[in-house]
Ligand binder design. Structure first.
Ligand code: SF4
Length: 232
């Protein structure tokens, strides 16, 4: 091939032309440099995409048997607040999205009240598949699903975490036998991220006397967020 090229160059022009694809020390050097570069780290969006795909195909615990759609979570990739509930309900299971039922709409109002719209948050649950009869997820189901949540928190790096309901509140604060009335009264940290806890919106819909308490918790969260100004 090379000889044929040389002969045709001399016959046509009297000198040798250079070809882009021709092997040379410079080309080999350039290729080596590109090949030896360390791979670029995955972006949060790429990591979240991979987690979503894995969750949708996950069969690690018995909850996959009764789900219509797994619910990995939804929101922005660098959220002000990551909201962590308990488990998907009927509506979430049907749509594959978190907090879309009545309780979800109520939660959205809470967040609006402190200036955190869906466009500034990421919402998910302790377990990503609906438990039968809307029962609480069991300890072993939470344990099986927890690595997904850990990875989501690490990728998203939220300014703060808000746990709604006892299941996520107890597990992320590691205070497993404490009632919500006691749990909610302080700010925690999860691997360096400030974490607040409060009642689940569905509990407040059942018992309106909890509204005032939840408002105190939301104000506490708002105070934390004021310490971490938004970056443009
Ligand atoms: Fe997998 Fe979590 Fe669904 Fe269980 S709840 S099947 S661990 S995604």
């Amino acid at each position: 091939m090379r000889l044929t090229r040389l002969a045709s160059d001399y016959l046509a022009t009297g000198y040798r032309r250079t070809y882009d694809s021709e092997p040379s020390f410079e080309n080999a050097d350039r290729r080596l440099k590109v090949e030896n570069q360390p791979p670029k780290p995955a972006t949060p969006a790429q990591i979240m995409g991979r987690i979503e795909e894995t969750v949708r195909a996950c069969t690690n615990c018995r909850l996959h048997l009764g789900r219509k759609k797994a619910v990995p979570g939804e929101g922005v990739c660098s959220p002000r607040v990551m909201i962590i509930g308990e488990a998907p309900g009927e509506e979430e299971d049907a749509q594959g999205k978190p907090f879309v039922g009545t309780a979800g709409q109520y939660l959205a109002k809470w967040m609006d009240a402190i200036g955190i719209s869906r466009g500034k948050s990421y919402m998910t649950n302790m377990v990503k598949c609906k438990p039968p009869q809307n029962r609480q997820p069991s300890d072993d189901e939470c344990a099986q699903c927890f690595p997904y949540l850990e990875e989501q928190i690490a990728a998203l790096k939220p300014a703060a975490i808000l746990c709604v309901g006892l299941v996520s509140s107890r597990l992320l604060t590691r205070r497993l036998d404490v009632a919500m009335a006691t749990l909610r009264d302080r700010v925690y940290e999860y691997k360096g991220t400030p974490l607040c806890v409060t009642y689940h919106p569905s509990a407040v819909l059942r018992d309106q006397t909890l509204r005032k308490i939840v408002w105190e918790d939301l104000k506490r969260l708002q105070t934390i967020l004021e310490q971490f100004p938004e970056t443009a």
